[in-house]
Design a protein around this ligand. Structure first.
Ligand SMILES: [Fe+2]
Length: 174
């Protein structure tokens, strides 16, 4: 039984603020891709979709003279560290199981290898989240600028919640 759904997360104003900053369309698409990959690879889809939805909430806007500055971003970015911490705090507040909150936070921490450059061996959950993110990436960070309405995001997340609930009902009946 899930303590916290994707819909619960999306209802938090704190979550919406950061999800919109890094691109709501990207976050929701990565959650959907993570669901498919998790099913293919036998990974826990509940954890994978939550980590995928929240993977970029640590982003900060790196502007110089009104333009996104990729050099500045590459040099100074710690969005995975910030995102892991924010997600953990948010999940615990919502009543997430502490072990699950930790796994989700660590998957967010390792979704990019910009700090560890291949020195960390990812678990399959962490790999699923990183692969889902890469699958939606576009040149020059354009994936962060794709737009969807909050209503569409809420609908797509509710569909994912339903799929995850169905899977767990199926597992319980086996
Ligand atoms: Fe991303």
């Amino acid at each position: 039984m899930r303590n916290v759904t994707l819909t619960d997360i999306f209802q938090l104003p704190f979550a919406r603020k950061y999800l919109k900053r890094a691109g709501l369309a990207h976050a929701v698409t990565v959650a959907q891709k993570a669901y498919d990959l998790a099913c293919q690879k036998g990974v826990n889809a509940d954890l994978a979709t939550k980590a995928a939805l929240l993977h970029d909430i640590g982003h900060y806007t790196w502007y110089r003279n009104g333009e996104w500055d990729f050099e500045l971003y590459k040099q100074n970015d710690i969005h995975a560290i910030k995102g892991a911490e924010r997600a953990h705090k948010m999940l615990i507040r919502l009543g997430e199981d502490p072990e699950a909150a930790k796994e989700i936070a660590v998957a967010i921490l390792f979704h990019t290898d910009s700090y560890f450059k291949g020195t960390v061996q990812r678990t399959s959950l962490q790999e699923v989240v990183a692969m889902a993110d890469e699958a939606d990436e576009e040149p020059n960070g354009n994936h962060h600028y794709k737009v969807i309405s909050e209503a569409e995001a809420a609908e797509r997340l509710a569909e994912l919640d339903e799929l995850i609930a169905q899977d767990s009902r199926l597992q319980q009946s086996v």
